[in-house]
Write a protein that binds this ligand. Structure first.
Ligand SMILES: Nc1ncnc2c1ncn2[C@@H]1O[C@H](COP(=O)(O)OP(=O)(O)OP(=O)(O)O)[C@@H](O)[C@H]1O
Length: 614
């Protein structure tokens, strides 16, 4: 393990006094060897722009490099043929040519930068688009095993880290190679002895630059990891601020944050110091080159093997040397980082959704709402069935209350009905059609889902309701809001339906959020509705409104409700009692109460709880 990796490991990514809180996982340091296959795949993203932009960029790049190499030659002619023999007219002409060369070089560089930026930005846009669209299609199983942070970091940081490669890296690489080869050829052609003795410094320069760059790269990577840990901690603290303040844990949070902040600062210092040492070190190596040049050059001038103009031209070329060499060293590190980022991005793009459509899947026709669960067995993890032998026949329009202890499998049944997961055995039919055989879009678009933790998106209240059906008119939105008794509280908000709500709807109460989610579902008007009833206690007035809204929402639909309220359970046509993934009882309230088994026990417990609470 590298010393950086050890260092990263020993940094406080958990605090012993805090037990297992605040443990953040790092991405490993990027130390992999170069992968040509990955590079080829990455560059295939440039293909669409190959014909339009690439030729212009290459021409501009060549013009830029050639004009740059011409300048020292003009200097040589100016000194030897105009300044020393005092030919003013010739000098003016050469200066004029030099000026034109600089203008051409400036134009070529400006256009090159413009077009490389254009291509780079388009490639990054395409890559990010591909990645995001693919992630949208991935199944729940994928997200079960990955923290949100690892997905976010790919779409943002890793894609960003490729930006430099596409906007500067590739073209700079070409320019540097052309420039370096050009200089070497010119130096050797004009005076082999002097040229060869200077070129000796090239490998020294290359080794120094590459070695130091590797150290610098690791230091920056280490810093990036510390920063992402800091971000993760910050995110967690902000999300959990209510709990933190409720349990007065602010001091602990601050002390942990201070430690992280400090390691972040130290890492930054280290990376920055290393970075700053780069310039002087390169200059020292460069100075060796100049010493050789002037020492040998002076001797060659004395023996009249070279002119003063050539010596000055050589000195200028040496000045040009260091730039491409240092950049090539840097480029290698940049490429390694880019490859590692690309690998992580492609790893996600290659991920196949575990819930896939069969070849030629047809659309599910307009649903009536008859649902059948047949011998369903399902495991999230091998060997631990979450559902076992579920058989259930539901006629269109019936409401089914799913009850049972926590972890008994209620939500899992819903997950399978929406095909968020596929069962290990058995199948589900809607109107006699196996849901595995129809297109996922046509299935999910006909099932409405209202979750307990209502997700409110950032935007207006109107937009949030419209999420149920994007082409709904403003009138339709207000109509459904009225139907579920949400209209009154919305109208009382300062901007009514245009009130902006933040992500997760922090400005709305639990009850209000639920009513909005009911309105959203009613607008979608699905024949099959899944409802995970909220457990949060709300005031009696809102409770009554929710009961009323529920009646309207459920009317005429096949509904599956993970029910917590006694009133909802009582009103259901069928109650299914689950225990450890098995269906233990089925019937209506009166039937199950008469049986005096699990359901009876659950209801008794609830009554007792309510009485104790009073
Ligand atoms: N994504 C998952 N990965 C692994 N196991 C899971 C996952 N989701 C649920 N489980 C497990 O499957 C079993 C059934 O969970 P499920 O969420 O269906 O229960 P539930 O009856 O809805 O519980 P609750 O009333 O607490 O919401 C539980 O043992 C749970 O630990």
């Amino acid at each position: 393990m590298s010393s950086q990796a050890k260092q990263a490991e020993s940094a406080p990514n958990s605090d012993s006094q805090q037990g297992q809180r605040f443990v953040y996982q790092d991405d490993e340091l990027i130390e992999k060897p170069f992968d040509w296959g990955q590079l080829k795949r990455l560059f295939s993203y440039m293909k669409p722009y190959r014909k339009q932009l690439l030729p212009i960029i290459i021409i501009m790049m060549l013009v830029g490099a050639i004009t740059k190499l011409t300048v020292p030659l003009l200097i040589r002619v100016a000194i030897d043929d105009a300044i020393i023999p005092k030919k003013t007219n010739l000098l003016v002409l050469i200066v004029g040519i030099m000026l034109s060369v600089y203008i051409v070089q400036w134009l070529a560089n400006t256009f090159r930068i413009k077009y490389t930026n254009m291509i780079g930005q388009r490639v990054i846009y395409d890559l990010r688009h591909d990645l995001f669209s693919h992630i949208q299609k991935l199944s729940f199983r994928f997200f079960d095993t990955r923290p949100a942070g690892s997905v976010l970091v790919r779409v943002t940081n890793y894609v960003n880290s490729l930006q430099d490669l596409f906007t500067n890296g590739v073209v700079n690489l070409l320019i540097d190679v052309v420039q370096l080869v050009g200089i070497i050829v010119i130096l050797l052609t004009f005076n082999f002895k002097l040229g060869a003795s200077i070129i000796v410094t090239v490998p020294i320069m290359f080794i120094v630059s590459t070695k130091l760059r590797t150290k610098i790269r690791r230091a920056w990577q280490d810093l990036t990891m510390k920063q992402s840990r800091l971000n993760a901690h910050l995110n967690e603290c902000i999300q959990g601020i209510r709990v933190t303040q409720g349990y007065t844990q602010e001091k602990e949070n601050i002390s942990f944050f201070t430690k992280m902040n400090m390691t972040n600062r130290l890492s930054w210092n280290r990376a920055s110091l290393l970075n700053q040492s780069f310039g002087p070190l390169i200059e020292i190596t460069g100075a060796i080159g100049y010493c050789i040049l002037f020492w040998l050059g002076a001797h060659l001038i004395q023996t009249e093997e070279i002119s003063v103009g050539l010596l000055v031209a050589f000195a200028t070329y040496i000045g040009y040397f260091w730039e491409p060499i240092t950049r090539l060293g840097q480029m290698y590190s940049q490429l390694l980082i880019a490859m590692a980022s690309a690998e992580r991005i492609f790893e996600f793009i290659d991920e196949k959704p575990t819930v896939a459509e069969i070849e030629g899947a047809k659309d599910l026709p307009q649903v009536q709402g008859n649902v059948k669960f047949k011998d369903l067995v399902f495991e999230y993890e091998p060997g631990r069935p979450a559902l076992n032998g579920i058989n259930l026949d539901v006629t269109a329009g019936q409401s089914i209350a799913l009850v049972g202890h926590t972890g008994s499998g209620k939500s899992t049944i819903m997950n399978l009905l929406c095909r968020f997961y596929d069962p290990n055995q058995g199948h589900i039919e809607i109107d006699g059609q196996n849901i595995k055989e129809v297109s996922i879009q046509s299935l999910r678009s006909q099932i409405g889902v209202v979750l307990q933790d209502t997700f409110i998106f950032s935007g207006t209240i109107r937009d949030n309701i419209r999420f149920g059906r994007l082409d709904a008119t403003d009138e339709e939105i207000e109509e459904v809001a009225k139907a579920v008794h949400a209209h009154d509280f919305i109208s009382q908000l300062p901007l009514g339906y245009e009130t902006e709500v933040q992500e997760r709807g922090n400005v709305l109460s639990m009850g209000q959020r639920q009513l909005i989610s009911f309105a959203r579902a009613l607008l979608a008007n699905p024949r099959v509705l899944i409802l995970d009833e909220a457990t949060a206690s709300i005031d009696t007035d809102t409770e009554l409104k929710i009961q009323e809204a529920l009646k309207i929402l459920l009317a005429g639909r096949t509904s599956f409700i993970v029910a917590h309220r006694l009133s909802t359970i009582r009103n259901a046509d069928k109650i299914v009692v689950l225990d450890h993934g098995r269906m233990m009882e089925i019937g209506n309230h009166d039937e199950l109460m008469r049986e005096q088994k699990i359901y009876y026990g659950l209801i008794q417990a609830q009554y007792k709880f309510l009485q104790d609470a009073v």
